[in-house]
Design a protein around this ligand. Structure first.
Ligand code: ATP
Length: 301
């Protein structure tokens, strides 16, 4: 995939208003609340990543924002319109890459792109799209014969075909190999550099850290924290763990001031040698697990 600069999206109606504005979003399935008063704001031009465990409600949220799922309560504005009532003009301003399998299995990749271009007001040229998602060599292959990761790439190409102002990417890199993931990341960076707002869901914390300006974590039906990836869980991150061996076992101290602990430790140790000494701070994964209430072993607290 090349890092083709993508055409800037059309100017929106109000450039200062957030691209997505959600207050008090509620959604239940069969009496069970999945979204329980979710607030969310995505700024124009940013890449926002929604994180959360399986079943947290990420897809439900995205589908409500896309206007394909009804909400029970709450206010939702996407590009200044309510997706529940917005018309075709609005639909043309958003791009959707969902988790589902695409149609058009019997068409070749190029035919599929040409076919859907006919429904798009100002489609990006098919060759440009093929290059952007690294599918040039598969252009003549039938969609039904693509691998799972290649299908995801095609889905991404279709999602950005109409130069959307805002693109929704629901677990876009699931099933992609590491090379394809990195190509996809470049595509997202290009989109963002061209002014497109990106809202993506992912289970890959490295992906969120790599791409997102801000990350939001859904748990218990709400957004429990929103921050740039490096600042997520700031309070949790302040605490370091100092660990060393002593008397045949491991000792561990959690502290916001590891330098002081080290000074005391070294002062009490002959020859300045502390066996097995490490100082670690929680990474994004530790913070995420703490926020969603799970232990590193996987079980919920
Ligand atoms: N159409 C539906 N009918 C009934 N329950 C549903 C429906 N769609 C989703 N759910 C349930 O709602 C909850 C949230 O699902 P959702 O797909 O929004 O979560 P998610 O965060 O996207 O999960 P994942 O990470 O596994 O994709 C799950 O428990 C799911 O089983």
């Amino acid at each position: 995939m090349t890092s083709t600069q993508l055409a800037p999206p059309d100017a929106g109606t109000d450039r200062d208003a957030p691209a997505v504005h959600v207050r008090g979003l509620r959604k239940s399935y069969g009496g069970r609340a999945v979204l329980d008063g979710l607030d969310l704001e995505v700024r124009r031009g940013e890449c926002f990543a929604l994180l959360g465990p399986n079943g947290a409600g990420k897809t439900t949220t995205i589908e409500v924002l896309e206007g394909v799922r009804r909400r029970d309560a709450g206010s939702v504005l996407v590009l200044d319109e309510d997706p529940a009532t917005a018309g075709r003009g609005w639909r043309g301003r958003i791009g959707v890459v969902s988790q589902g399998e695409g149609a058009a299995q019997a068409l070749t990749v190029r035919e599929a792109l040409d076919h859907f271009a006919a429904y798009t007001a100002t489609p990006r040229p098919t060759d440009e799209l093929l290059a952007a998602v690294g599918l040039e060599e598969m252009a003549s292959t039938r969609v039904g014969r693509l691998s799972g990761g290649q299908r995801r790439r095609l889905a991404v190409a279709l999602g950005v075909q109409g130069n959307p102002e805002l693109v929704f990417l629901d677990e876009p890199t699931t099933g992609m190999d590491p090379v394809a993931r990195r190509q996809f990341w470049q595509l997202v960076r290009d989109l963002r550099a061209g002014g497109t707002t990106v809202l993506l869901t992912t289970h890959y914390l490295d992906e969120a850290a790599e791409l997102a300006d801000r990350v939001g974590v859904i748990a218990g039906g709400r957004l429990v924290e929103v921050a740039p990836p490096a600042e997520l869980g700031a309070a949790l991150r302040r605490e370091a763990t100092v660990r060393w061996r002593e008397d045949g076992g491991w000792r561990e101290v959690r502290t916001a001031a590891p330098a002081g602990v080290l000074r005391d430790l070294l002062a009490a140790t002959p020859h300045d040698e502390v066996p097995g000494l490490t100082v670690t701070r929680p990474g994004l994964e530790d913070v995420y697990l703490a926020l969603v209430g799970a232990t590193p072993g996987g079980e919920l607290r």
